[in-house]
Design a protein around this ligand. Sequence first.
Ligand code: SF4
Length: 329
Amino acid sequence: MIFDPDIRYGCVRCGKSCRHDWDIWIHRDLPARLEPHLAKLKLTRENAFVYEQGRVRLARDQHGCRFLQDSLCSLHCQLGVFHKPNFCQQYPWFFVDTPEGIRVSASYTCTAVLQGAGPPLGEQRAEIEKCLAQNPALDVSLLNWEETVDFHRRFAQAVERELWALCLLRCLAQARAGRRWAELEPAQGPVEDMAWPRRLVVGALLKPCLDHDQELWSELDRALGDGGEVKIPQFGYAGSGAELLEWAARPLEEEVELERYRRSLWFRRQHLRCAEPLAGLLLNWAPAPLYRVLARLTNGAEALERIEMTIGHGRGVERVFGLLAGYLI
Ligand code: SF4
């Protein structure tokens, strides 16, 4: 195992993650396994689970997961960790299987991870091993592992001498011109005006970082396109698409936490889940412009949490970028 050096985690029992509105899809056998215990948990099969299109998930009410009691998971407290669905057993850890080892990181949607509260991940090896035995790590589907190892070596050498963002921007420009991992040169080449990825990232990913509201999403699309007025009621914002794009380009005075998140994202090698280098590199570049908008709309911690929900947990994001990257080349 290789542990993300930027993560400390010790659950602070806030229950926040269980109040999110995400869908926890579960194994079809789990309802039957839990049935004998439901009365003790003051639940029934009808209000504990939702059956949708041949799949089953945990039910939610206005307070979050139905199994959440006094900010704690009743399954964990009363029946033990292995009665929880796989996703919940693993949360907030991320496991990424690579030929050089399993990379262990954790989600910035978790309060403890965001606050850096608790011991470093390396000190949780025994617990993580038990979890891994039940929940296999995500496999990165690489066409040529050697090529990407070589690319990461060149990248690490380049960032010893120059800013990480500069090296990434060079690679983005080269990937846009159609170069593959083996051909990317982080230490060489000009840096173009990066208005194109900024517009692309804000246009594609700001919306899923906000409340899901189709009307707001259409408004935002229009405003980013023509620079006109837009209101984002959840943050009491009234301004313009031009201002949002200008914010995306302007660093904040304090970006330490963005840097930490950016390092974790790179550590997870999440970009290797995208077949095209351009799509993978865009995923790693995306947090900066999104953070600069969201942190101005709300605050740094909430900005990171929303970005992690979209990029770290957002199923289908790689596909969105894959399509966009294909369109750009
Ligand atoms: S969000 Fe993190 S700290 Fe809070 S209850 Fe969930 S795992 Fe624990």
